[in-house]
Design a protein around this ligand. Structure first.
Ligand code: ADP
Length: 586
């Protein structure tokens, strides 16, 4: 049964997923790691920036708040002092109040009201004369009753387009330990606008809110006239309602203002008049360092990830390279093993071949031996019949017998060559060296071949006799006979009638040099290198003499080298050949 998996990814998709895991996992982990490491320094750095901004803003705000509070306190103190003066010298009250107005430019009017609500006196600045409320309007206010209880206080701020922000300050006038009268002082608060305009930092602005959250102070008086209420801003509530300083570090201190700008703000309560001072600055400016830090952190993470991805990429490439190297090595290993196997097989085959060669040589040797005896017999028989039947033979019979004899002689040559080669290869080609004169052997061959050359119409020159100084050489007469026979036979065979053969022998230092020079067909240059190999016959020789074994020169070279000599050939096709051999002087 074939098992079909329910779900399987194609191999390409699986490889992609593998690569993604290889890539993504380390990237994500490093990203997280870098993020955490960055947090370690980023968080305190951001806090530092925030704290510095907070300290600066608080310092500026505090200066303004102190000025305003001091101003209001001074006003309150002077008003209270005036109330005390009136209590002790009621007759001079008019003078006292005028002096008070002179001292404080922000005071527009002072009204002296008795406990029952009747207005006793009113002192106004000339400019404020036409304005002002009636005594009943003053006494309707809750602060009037607070004053009767002995409490001095500022009333809610009022804003009018003509006068801007202003308020009422009430203070009791004690007589006999009891608040018998109340002083209503109309205080102009446009001074607040001047106070918040003075801030040195131009990146933000300050504003003042009253206890209801209404903006009563702003660098631009037109903004005050709008009577905007900011009680919804948490920082305003914190400062006004809770009466605590907002240092800008709490998240709720931040807000988005009317212009849609997110602001960094600090706030101070001014308890004396129930006011609150807020200093707001665009967050992007106040905390500009924060953004730079965040940018650095992001850049550090991005750089880290970029480095990692480069490292990962080269790592993946290396892994792939490694895998293909491993494959290559495995292939090489296999190839090596195969080579060793082949080598073993070849060695075995070689051993087998050598064995076969040995068997073949032995066979040839035995066969040639067995053939030589009957062939010799046949040869002698032919020769005997030809000699004895001299006169009795018909020309036809003679021709037949001569042809038979020549074939037999060729067969004897062939068998001799085969026997020599077989013995050489069997290592049984025994050579018996004997120190002796070389000239007689050479002379014998010169005689033999000059006769045969004459028969063929080839001139034969022997240059041995002219050099009597040829020293003795250690040689095997029979074997060297084979050499001369082969070389001279070749020279005669491959030289056309009309040509010339020269046999030359001379001493050359510690060698005897023998040269057999003919003016025959020569050897084709492209085949010279094969001349001493077994069974080789050149193309032109094959055309000239169909019979021949190609074994003669192989045997020659072997015999000469076993005598410690050399043999070499020089030939020009169509012009002639020179075989030159050397034998060491004994
Ligand atoms: P064979 O003469 O029986 O062919 P050899 O071994 O004696 O065999 O010679 C090999 C070959 O060398 C010859 O077939 C012939 O091509 C070439 N050769 C040898 N001697 C001569 C020569 N004197 N002139 C031209 N060719 C020669």
């Amino acid at each position: 049964m074939v098992h079909v998996p329910m779900f399987s990814l194609p191999s390409g998709a699986r490889a992609n997923m593998k690569t993604a895991i290889h890539w993504l996992l380390p990237l994500i982990l490093t990203g997280l790691g870098l993020f955490l490491v960055n947090l370690i320094w980023l968080y305190p750095a951001l806090r530092n920036i925030r704290e510095s901004a907070s300290i600066l803003a608080l310092e500026i705000s505090h200066r303004v708040e102190t000025t305003i509070a001091a101003d209001l306190t001074a006003t309150l103190n002077d008003v209270q002092a005036a109330a005390d003066d009136i209590a002790s010298e009621p007759d001079r009250s008019s003078l006292i109040l005028e002096r008070l107005l002179r001292r404080h430019a922000s005071l527009a009017r002072v009204v002296r009201v008795e406990r029952g609500g009747r207005e006793l006196m009113r002192v106004s600045r000339p400019t404020a004369e036409s304005m002002g409320e009636s005594a009943s309007a003053y006494t309707a206010r809750p602060i009037f009753y607070a004053a009767l209880q002995g409490v001095s206080s500022f009333d809610d701020v009022e804003i009018s387009p003509e006068r801007g922000p202003h308020t009422l300050l009430v203070t009791p006038i004690f007589r006999g330990g009891k608040a018998e009268e109340v002083l209503f002082v109309d205080v102009d608060l446009t001074g607040l606008t001047h106070a918040v305009r003075e801030i040195p930092d131009l990146t933000g602005h300050m504003y003042i809110v009253d206890r209801n959250g209404v903006q009563v102070g702003h660098p631009d008086i037109a903004e005050v006239i709008k009577r905007q209420n900011f009680i919804k801003r948490p920082i305003v509530r914190k400062v006004i309602l809770d009466g605590i300083v907002a240092d800008g570090l709490a998240p709720e201190d931040e807000y988005v203002n009317e212009q849609g700008t997110r602001v960094f703000a600090v706030g101070f309560p001014i308890p004396i008049a129930g006011l609150g001072l807020i200093f707001e600055q665009p967050r992007s400016r106040a905390l500009a360092g924060e953004r730079q830090m965040m940018f650095f952190a992001a850049a550090a993470i991005a750089l880290g990830l970029a480095f990692l991805s480069i490292i990962l990429r080269s790592n993946i490439r290396l892994t792939r390279l490694n895998a293909s190297m491993r494959e290559l090595l495995t292939d090489l290993d296999n190839a090596g093993k195969m080579l060793v196997r082949r080598d073993l097989e070849l060695t075995r085959a070689n051993v087998r071949l050598e064995e076969l060669d040995q068997i073949k040589s032995e066979f040839v040797s035995i066969a040639a031996h067995q053939l030589r005896t009957p062939l010799t017999g046949i040869r002698w028989s032919y020769q005997a019949i030809l000699e004895e039947g001299q006169g009795n033979l018909q020309p036809e019979q003679r021709k037949l017998l001569e042809s038979g004899l020549s074939t037999t002689l060729r067969m004897v040559d062939l068998v001799n060559d085969l026997l020599s080669v077989a013995r050489i290869e069997e290592g049984k080609f025994g050579i018996l060296l004997k120190k002796q004169a070389l000239t007689p052997l050479l002379a014998r061959f010169a005689d033999l071949f000059s006769q045969r050359a004459r028969e063929k119409g080839v001139a034969f020159l022997s240059e041995i006799a002219r050099d009597p100084s040829i020293p003795d050489v250690a040689f095997d007469e029979e074997k060297l006979g084979i050499v001369f026979d082969n070389l001279l036979d070749n020279a005669l065979k491959y030289t056309e009638p009309g040509g010339r053969i020269t046999l030359r022998a001379s001493r050359e230092g510690d060698h005897v040099a023998i040269e057999i020079i003919d003016t025959g067909v020569g050897i084709p240059p492209g085949q010279m290198h094969r001349i001493f190999t077994k069974f080789f016959r050149a193309d032109n020789a094959l055309r000239l003499h169909t019979s021949g074994t190609g074994l003669g020169l192989y045997v020659v070279k072997n015999i000469v080298e076993k005598h410690g000599g050399t043999v070499e050939v020089e030939s020009h096709e169509g012009k002639g050949t020179t075989f030159r051999m050397t034998l060491p002087v004994a």
